[in-house]
Design a protein around this ligand. Structure first.
Ligand SMILES: N[C@@H](CCC(=O)N[C@@H](CS)C(=O)NCC(=O)O)C(=O)O
Length: 216
């Protein structure tokens, strides 16, 4: 059985959505950290995820880190769930493009906003790190708002792992100041709501502490 190591509402949300959409048999294992960011439990977690982060997915001998990689693995392992378009198709390429933008630009910017101290040695520079992250997130939101079509999902009518990833990030954006939240965009809010209306993804989002819907 798959074990997904998580902290509620964290980067483990996207693979959890993928597992639930796939109808996978899996268990969640909660990772606890102290105020200094050290892993408290489970013992030995650092050996599974040398970066000391969540998520980590364990499936038999496989120990997999990185939320996007976990999502891709789940999509491949459960092909009947059709969480990725057929390999090599234009839609597959577009889905990879969205997933990559979301993980290496947007998710990374959110992490700079959440953990600015990890991105500068200048204790007076924390706000500047966060400001730059918010500016980058605004640019990604503009791209999303301009390029999400009638959807309801990123590539049209097919729900993919990139949609679960985007819903997670839209949920995170609720922590930003008013005016910077991705859910302020009617287009992005409508995308979130379309994901949240899916029984499996919606239940996962709510279980992770995200809203059942945003005003659109
Ligand atoms: N690129 C990694 C990022 C993982 C990550 O930074 N996770 C955060 C939670 S969203 C974490 O574990 N933070 C704890 C810390 O940095 O101390 C991934 O996608 O798995």
């Amino acid at each position: 059985m798959i074990t997904l190591y998580t902290m509620p509402g964290s980067s483990s949300t996207a693979p959890r959505i993928a597992l639930d959409e796939a109808g996978a048999d899996y268990e969640l294992a909660h990772v606890e950290r102290d105020d200094a960011g050290n892993n408290v439990s489970p013992a030995g977690y650092a050996a599974l995820n040398p970066m000391g982060k969540v998520p980590t997915l364990v499936d038999g001998e496989l120990v997999l880190t990185e939320a996007a990689a976990c999502c891709l693995y789940i999509a491949e392992k459960y092909p009947d769930a059709a969480l990725m378009p057929p390999a090599g198709s234009d839609d597959w390429a577009k889905t990879l493009r969205w997933l990559t933008l979301l993980t290496n630009t947007a998710q990374a910017s959110f992490l700079r906003w959440y953990y600015p101290d990890q991105y500068t040695a200048d204790t007076n520079g924390l706000e500047a790190v966060q400001e730059a992250a918010v500016a980058e997130l605004a640019r990604v939101a503009e791209v999303l708002a301009a390029q999400i079509g009638g959807g309801p999902f990123l590539i049209g009518t097919q729900f993919t792992i990139a949609d679960g990833f985007l819903a997670m990030l839209t949920g995170w954006s609720g922590d930003l100041s008013a005016g910077s939240r991705w859910s302020d965009s009617p287009t992005i809010a409508a995308h979130y709501n379309a994901v949240a209306q899916r029984p499996a993804a919606g239940a996962a989002l709510v279980a992770e502490g995200f809203p059942a819907a945003f005003a659109d």
